[in-house]
Ligand binder design. Structure first.
Ligand SMILES: [Cu+2]
Length: 137
């Protein structure tokens, strides 16, 4: 009987971990280089996700991110702040696709996020609207 309490707590912890793992399910895309020498990746945003949420591109090859969001009243943005790698943008997402152009100059993993928030609620990144932008050599 004494152990029942510990078992219960363990089960609670396990389910909490499982729920969190579900929220951050990885959708990975490795960009291909198009015939015109540009790496194009489409990114869809919504409440509260980016799809894909793990993007791999090659260094020193131009990138075009074609971004849009699902219809809905919640505003979303897409931003990466990595000026040291030639990546520095903060764009509001619309349902109509928008093209973001840059050329990454430094290998590494950079945070891709939406930092919108409603009043005192958690920002969208904390709700799962985040991803990894990886630049490889
Ligand atoms: Cu958002």
């Amino acid at each position: 009987m004494r152990y029942a309490k510990y078992l219960f707590v363990t089960l609670l912890l396990c389910s909490a971990v499982t729920i969190h793992a579900k929220e951050i399910k990885e959708k990975r895309v490795v960009a291909a280089v198009d015939a015109d020498g540009v790496q194009r990746v489409k990114i869809l945003g919504g409440d509260y996700f980016f799809d894909p949420n793990y993007i791999v591109v090659k260094m020193n090859i131009p990138v075009e991110l074609i971004v849009n969001k699902e219809s809905g009243i919640v505003p979303h943005n897409i931003l990466i702040k990595a000026p040291e790698a030639g990546i520095d943008f903060d764009e509001n997402m619309r349902t109509k696709p928008k093209v973001i152009k840059f050329t990454p100059t430094k290998a590494g993993k950079y945070d891709l996020i939406c930092n919108k928030r409603f009043l005192f609620f958690k920002d969208h990144r904390a709700k799962g609207m985040e991803g990894v932008f990886e630049v490889i050599e």
